[in-house]
Design a protein around this ligand. Structure first.
Ligand code: TRH
Length: 382
């Protein structure tokens, strides 16, 4: 049975860029790979504009890359609900919109990603709200979950980039930078990470390192390390074996290229974490800080899953650097030990990336899931 082609996605920007980063990527993939018509409701166009520079913040509605983007405020006039509605990250649909939903409306709450084992049991459960049914869709790393957000061509694109020096050169040219022969590290993290200790460990590395920092809230810590009062985009700073470049906050596709062109990527939150996996390079993930040490449980669940087949010494080096990144300092020895396993980590990360890319992706699973619900409703099974 053909699924109805109109989907609405609601995105509330709670903090940072993860919510809009994921909703925008999902909207584009549903439109381009599944030929759906997407209306994306966003509550903060100013933040969204950093990821989608084409947004005109003065407009109530606009079309960008085939997606209809709607400014979502308390007084936004909402049309009747689409047949399929994605409520991202429990953002709470407006009452006026809920009032137009039918028992047949497919209402899906898209949850945050976690590698914890409980996700397998909670994925695709539902609860009733009056005559409506709300389905809980959990992204994840196993086949029992909702899968990972992945455009069909991304892993091939990243492999092509890794094998094509001219393509890498064009990327560095676009940033106005020379192609460095040194070990290349990208750094995107939360400001509470032990940034200055990482920079010191890199400066004291046994090999030269080029570090690329997209402009974000960590610049004051980086400035401190280099004894500067502030840093500007385009600035280059050197200490011992470390050369650091402050680059602009990139478009999502350029950020993918940065991840693909670097040898080690420090990533955070949810979306950059998944992108680092598809880049197929060694990466260090900093989870979003949560109460009750939940972020530490999430980190360990992921490390246990991702490094399950990894040789012991390499696995220990990866765990140690992740744990240090979550603590108050990274020692030069921990960093150096990670570097000594880099070749094995590189091969292993590429294998894991390829293995995870064999699973059905999140957008496709969402489409299959909605089709199933629509079919069940039409056959009166719910
Ligand atoms: O910005 P984040 O910290 O978002 C977080 C997480 O999603 C977290 O799970 C959630 O609870 C919280 O928000 C509310 O990290 P994340 O998820 O990696 O999102 C960053 C986005 O920014 C991602 O789409 C990649 C993109 N990005 C660029 O487009 N250009 C850049 O230069 C950089 C550094 C990132």
């Amino acid at each position: 049975m053909a699924i109805d082609k109109n989907w609405d996605i609601f995105c509330k920007i709670v903090d940072n860029f993860g919510d809009i980063g994921i909703c925008w990527r999902l909207a584009k993939q549903l439109q381009s790979e599944h030929q759906l018509t997407i209306h994306l409701y966003i509550d903060d166009l100013h933040v969204a504009q950093q990821l989608i520079p084409a947004i005109d913040t003065s407009l109530g509605q606009q079309s960008i890359q085939g997606i209809s983007i709607i400014a979502w405020h308390a007084d936004t006039k909402l049309p009747a609900a689409a047949p399929v509605v994605i409520e991202s990250f429990a953002c709470e649909l407006p009452q006026a919109y809920l009032d137009t939903m039918q028992p047949s409306t497919v209402w899906i709450n898209l949850e945050y990603l976690s590698a914890e084992s409980w996700v397998d049991d909670f994925h695709a459960k539902s609860s009733k709200r009056g005559a409506l049914t709300r389905h809980f869709f959990f992204p994840g790393f196993t086949t029992s979950t909702g899968g990972l957000l992945r455009e069909h061509a991304i892993t091939q694109q990243q492999q092509r980039l890794a094998q094509t020096p001219t393509q890498q050169q064009s990327f560095w040219d676009s940033l106005g930078l020379a192609h460095s022969p040194h070990l290349k590290v990208s750094l995107f993290c939360y400001p509470h990470a032990p940034i200055t200790t990482l920079l010191l460990a890199m400066a004291q590395s046994s090999q030269p390192i080029s570090c690329y920092v997209p402009a974000s809230s960590i610049l004051p810590s980086v400035a401190d390390f280099f004894g500067q009062s502030a840093l500007h985009i385009g600035g280059t700073f050197t200490q011992q074996n470390l050369t650091l470049h402050v680059i602009p906050f990139l478009s999502q596709s350029d950020y993918d290229q940065l991840l693909g062109c670097c040898d080690i990527n420090f990533v955070r939150g949810e979306d950059s974490w998944i992108r680092a996996i598809w880049a197929g390079k060694p990466f260090i993930w900093q989870p979003y800080l949560q109460t009750e040490q939940t972020h530490i449980k999430k980190l360990h669940a992921f490390l246990d899953l991702f490094y399950a087949q990894c040789a012991d010494a390499t696995k220990v080096a990866a765990y140690n650097l992740h744990n240090a990144w979550l603590s108050e300092q990274i020692s030069t020895a921990t960093w150096q030990d990670y570097l000594s396993h880099l070749s094995a980590l590189n091969t292993y990360s590429r294998q894991q990336s390829n293995a995870l890319a064999q699973q059905t992706d999140l957008a496709t699973k969402l489409v299959i899931f909605s089709e199933k619900i629509i079919k069940n409703i039409s056959e009166n099974k719910v």
